[in-house]
Write a protein that binds this ligand. Sequence first.
Ligand SMILES: Cc1cc2nc3c(=O)[nH]c(=O)nc-3n(C[C@H](O)[C@H](O)[C@H](O)COP(=O)(O)O)c2cc1C
Length: 173
Amino acid sequence: MNETMQAILERRSIRHYTEEPVSEDALSQIIEAGLWAPTARNAQEVKITVVRDPAWRAGFREAFEKWDGRANFKNYDFGCPVFLFLYGDRDFPYTEMDSGIVVENMALAAQSLGLGTVIIGCIRGFLRSEAGKPWREQLGMTEQDLFTVGLCIGHAAKPTKKQERKEGRVRYL
Ligand SMILES: Cc1cc2nc3c(=O)[nH]c(=O)nc-3n(C[C@H](O)[C@H](O)[C@H](O)COP(=O)(O)O)c2cc1C
């Protein structure tokens, strides 16, 4: 199996992280992988805000959990050392699809560098709501930007059990 296949097949969503920071070198390679993802019409509309700041993240978590209201909700970022927020033009028809491709490129790059990730969608409702407005502004998002997806990055503290893939999802005509 080549290294690309290995990264694809061995990547799991990591929900337990050590406190070890992610190096600037690894982070810049991961971001580079995101920026080189293909985009519809070569629009390159997906933008990324990188947040390490634990105090900011704690404030965001509190606001999100208050808005979400679910009791015992597991926090959105699992204490990972770096969190990426992805967003893009709300009127571009491929913003969400392009974000998905960008985020997976970054997840696979992280995997190839020995880092763990989990893609995060659960904060989407909050970041699109009125309550999310001050947080969007702090992230550098404009009114034209639509939050799409987040990504936790860090060193895995605990492996994740393999989720088997459903059968019968492919047809050959
Ligand atoms: C668009 C998207 C949103 C996701 N949102 C969350 C999330 O909010 N919280 C979470 O723990 N996992 C989230 N996940 C991770 C999935 O639960 C995970 O990919 C799936 O269970 C398969 O496990 P694996 O990634 O380990 O193969 C998300 C994945 C995708 C692709």
